[in-house]
Ligand binder design. Sequence first.
Ligand SMILES: [Zn+2]
Length: 570
Amino acid sequence: MPTIPMLSRCALVVLAVVLALVPACLAQPQLYVNGNIYTLDPENPRADTILVENGLIASIGSRDAVREEMRNQGFRVYEEVDLKGRTVIPGLIDAHGHMVGLGAIGLGLLDLRASTSFEDVVNMVRDRASRVPAGTWIVGRGWDNESWADNDLPHHNMLSEAVPDHPVWLSRVDGHAGLANAKAMEVAGVSGSTPSPSGGEILLDALREPTGVFVDTAESLIGRHIPDGLTGDARECILKAQEMCLAVGLTAVHDAGVSPEEVEIYRQLEAQGLLKIRVYAMLHGRAAAAYFEANGIYDNFKLSVYAAKMYIDGAMGSRGAWMLEPYTDRPTDPEGRPYSGLAVNDPSAIEASMVHALNFAYQLCTHAIGDRGNREVLDAYARALEATKDSRPASFVPRHRIEHAQLLHPDEIARFAELGMIASMQPTHCTSDMRWVDARVGTERAKGAYAWASLLKADARLAFGSDFPVESENPFLGLFAAVTRQNLDNQPEGGWHPEQRLTREEALRGFTIDAAYAAYWEDRAGTLEAGKLADFVVLDRDVMTCDVQAIPGTKVLKTISAGEVLYEAE
Ligand SMILES: [Zn+2]
């Protein structure tokens, strides 16, 4: 059995050791004074002063109480930072996002992950080329021939005909191969007679001409001609996404579906001191079992690797979500049979993954959108818990998750708390989808859509995220959506199914303490209290009391993680 990710008591000891390694510039304690601080700690909800030492909150409370404690503990030298009355909240955590995808968009790269054929890819590149001057590099990433109808690796011919005047470089989803068009190979001076470098290959066709596919080290033959920071590799994307997240007050993200190669990139970034945001990574389900058997789990406060991601169904927008009853606006398929969506995995496969995760002490996070999909995942979890009650490590507290949980039958609401299943939900999905959900499933079933208040009332844990880049990474849009269930034009009046709106505090908990709980981080993050990481954000307005319409426009002035200022507004 592997070691257990549960940290509880000994966590802070380990943490103190880890943080003893922080840069010397942080050795001097910092005293943040004159703040309007929301701690989310029920025992000490408001404060004006925070003392930070070695990356941890050493003390928090009123100025007098903190100074008293400092005197008692003999603090003499410290740096004082005046918060000037600004609002401070715990560092925000996005419990479901996609870092590589976000970074790709931030870098202006074409995101090719949704392509279902090479023609698709060519069309996307042609479209981009029509909007940028000839000669400009077009860089994309994420194509996967394994998810196309024709699984063969592509040949550049069709691409080069469609886009003759722009050099094009398209990284495969795993980053271990890329496709160049003729213009890119011309710029790079590559032909059929160019030798393949060691550790790589220039693939050739039957005529001994390059197919355009460059494998591993051969990728650099093209890559070195691409402007800096645009080669589309996952590392660049992660660094860009990190910058974007820190700028909106996120100190941590749960990356919902990464490959073992991406875990390796995270570990390298961490070793190089470049990983600034905390990352909880969910491994792709198909890779997870073998990965955890070979590597065990990993956690060092910047990077946590003890979760896997599976899917039971598709999405409601494309009617792929698995429903108990047929879709209201498409009750039958073209053959006239009742149509209620799709299972992308058999529930028995989900159950088998859950059993493996329980026995190896990691989490399974299962994407479930439709009411049938959610019921099947909860049923599978009940069976898996029963099946492993004697085999799983005694000290492991199971904490599996459902990602999205968008449409719930009333019978399922109470089962989240009963089973200890976390509902990992995205408020902005609600306000994007509400235009068509009533039509798709009918008004009666829609009462169980994005049922945040019902879940909280039934004592479920509600972790909030954005699913970036599907939605914006800005958590203040999520807060606004959760408390209003309105779009940014304040429609519909009063909010869509307003009985499911949350208070600001409930919504903020979803992006802080409950997102921390969903990652087993509740002893280190999510609230501002002594002994926890000094992760907090300074805001330009009081999001807990301002006019509700002002929440989306909130600007982050500073993002601080382990006492280090990682983002500061100009
Ligand atoms: Zn997602």
